[in-house]
Design a protein around this ligand. Structure first.
Ligand code: AMP
Length: 110
């Protein structure tokens, strides 16, 4: 298995988990770009959002909103970002959603 996030799901690589169910895992980004920076991933491997069914992306969004509430970033606002492909800046080829919140958020720009 050479997919980094599949190895995290399998427990071969440690992660700082914040949420887990049968379909979804969420853990803290190793290189946070905001005070709260969490990755939400499906346990089933999809290379990107292009390959994933709507239900999977929908569940990731629901979990992101739940985590945002749990972490207290819902009131002031947050970002949910899915980088896709080369031009989209996707470095890990396993579908993931970035949940970013808190002040001093400088990424993504704009
Ligand atoms: P992307 O550039 O959209 O593909 O995002 C990949 C993210 O995975 C980056 O924000 C990395 O910091 C993050 N990342 C890479 N390796 C790990 C790891 N072992 N644990 C947690 N996050 C990671």
């Amino acid at each position: 298995m050479n997919c980094l996030f599949c190895r995290i799901i399998a427990g071969e690589i440690p992660s700082n988990k914040v949420y887990e169910d049968d379909d979804i895992l969420a853990f803290r980004d190793i290189d946070p770009q905001a005070p709260t920076h969490i990755l939400i991933i499906p346990k089933k491997h999809y290379d990107s959002v292009i390959d994933a069914p709507a239900e999977v992306v929908g569940k990731m969004s629901e979990i992101a909103k739940k985590i945002a509430k749990d972490k207290g970033i819902d009131a002031n606002g947050f970002r949910m970002v899915i980088n896709t492909g080369e031009d989209g800046g996707q470095s890990v080829k396993h579908l993931h959603m970035h949940l970013l919140g808190g002040r001093s958020m400088e990424w993504p720009p704009g």
